[in-house]
Design a protein around this ligand. Structure first.
Ligand SMILES: Cc1ncc(COP(=O)(O)O)c(C=O)c1O
Length: 390
């Protein structure tokens, strides 16, 4: 073999069947080959297990899919390249012209914009209703045949809690699918409820280090099979190296989520007693209007603490800029703490009446609590808040 040929066919290093790596290798290959045409064709027809092309499936990505499905208590999962992408692909795949979608006002902004801007173009209509308005949800489902209900819990940014038994029962009764963006709650929560599709931004808690992006949809096997043909064609595959980084990061997921939630509660308690703060939104606080529901549905209350300042947006800007440990940036779930100032939280795409129902005020600030020392995080907030109370 000439060297030009050799570099394209390097020596194979086989592992003995009783000799395995403790950490699974990254299958950083786009293509997979069989040694016969017949087996290649059988694999293409789904008549034998195997991989062919990493846009369709890849062993490293598949390992992460199977792990996430198990954590969420379902049989299967599909992973794509971002949280927004998995929301868009799931909504596109499950709907057709003439369908109606019921979406909660308190969903992540781009979710509502996907419905308005993309699905609307293809003849899919939608209604918005507050996640707290169970009577409104029931009325719309009774009046308008609805393909699916799209919602979140805890909601972003106000941390409202969706009543999972009530909403899933209403959707079931009216023949609508439920699609829950479960990003804030994480993979270990809400699996026992009658939700059809769980969506996650993997950009948040999976690796936890804020350096890799992805999205996942998790459901029973037949529900995932309904998505697979369109997902294959839409082609937003996750790179195996990103999946490997997530498989590495997720090893510490439970310790991180628990510790960040513990710190978030302490931060929420501190803010609750601060004179500059009008209201704290954290489901773990007994003063949260849905604390009992959160306690019934959740094991950990999450890492997001939102609060309303008495002095509005300008005070929020000054605090955000005075903080030293909280990075002024969107996203959540990283090991470093983050802050969104009121100017970064808007109610884009909502009417004035819907914006009023969203609970967002001009003094709303959102914190994502990381893994720093809790006392340091509180001291930093204390010094920043002192600037507006002095
Ligand atoms: C609740 C929720 N869903 C989805 C997303 C989108 O995820 P990604 O940034 O991975 O596209 C976000 C991002 O902040 C989010 O907060």
């Amino acid at each position: 073999m000439k060297r030009e040929t050799r570099v394209n066919h390097p020596p194979a290093v086989e592992l003995a069947p009783d000799n395995r790596p403790v950490v699974a290798p990254i299958h950083q290959s786009v293509k997979y080959a069989f040694s016969s045409v017949e087996e290649t064709v059988r694999n293409g027809r789904g008549e034998r297990p195997g991989f062919s092309y990493s846009r369709i499936s890849n062993p490293t990505v598949r390992q992460l899919e199977l792990l996430l499905a198990e954590l969420q208590g379902r049989a299967d999962c599909l992973i794509t390249s971002s949280g927004v992408n998995v929301i868009a692909q799931t909504l596109l795949t499950l709907t057709r012209a003439g369908d109606h979608v019921l979406c909660c006002i308190e969903t992540y902004g781009p979710t509502r914009r996907i419905l308005a801007q993309i699905l609307g173009r293809f003849g899919v209509s939608h209604s918005l209703v507050s996640v707290l308005d169970l009577a409104g949800i029931e009325r719309i489902l009774a009046e308008t045949p609805t393909r699916l209900v799209m919602f979140e819990t805890p909601t972003n940014p106000i941390t409202r809690i969706a009543d999972l038994p009530a909403i899933t029962a209403l959707a079931r009764r009216h023949g609508a699918l439920t699609v829950l963006d479960n990003t804030f709650a994480g993979f270990h929560q809400h699996g026992e409820y009658d939700v059809d599709y769980y969506l996650h931004s993997l950009t948040k808690y999976t690796a936890g280090t804020g350096d890799v992006m992805g999205g996942a949809v998790i459901a029973a096997a037949p529900l995932i099979e309904r998505l697979r043909p369109d997902f294959d064609l839409l082609g937003a595959a996750l790179d195996p190296h990103a999946a490997f980084l997530m498989l590495r990061g997720i090893r510490t997921y439970f310790v991180r989520y628990r510790e960040q939630s513990r710190s978030a509660l302490a931060v929420a308690q501190f803010l609750h007693s601060h004179p500059a703060v009008a209201r704290v939104h954290y489901p773990g606080l007994e003063t949260h209007p849905q604390h009992a529901l959160a306690r019934a549905q959740m094991r950990d209350f999450g890492t997001i603490v939102t609060f309303d300042l008495k002095d509005g947006a300008e005070a929020g800007r000054r605090i955000a800029e005075a903080l030293e440990l909280y990075a002024l940036t969107p996203s959540v779930g990283s090991t470093e703490s983050l802050i969104l100032a009121p100017q970064m939280i808007g109610t884009r795409g909502l009417t004035a009446a819907q914006a009023a129902l969203s609970g967002i005020t001009d003094g709303t600030v959102r914190l994502s609590i990381g893994l720093e020392d809790t006392a340091d995080l509180i001291a930093d907030l204390d010094q920043a808040l002192a600037r507006i109370t002095d």
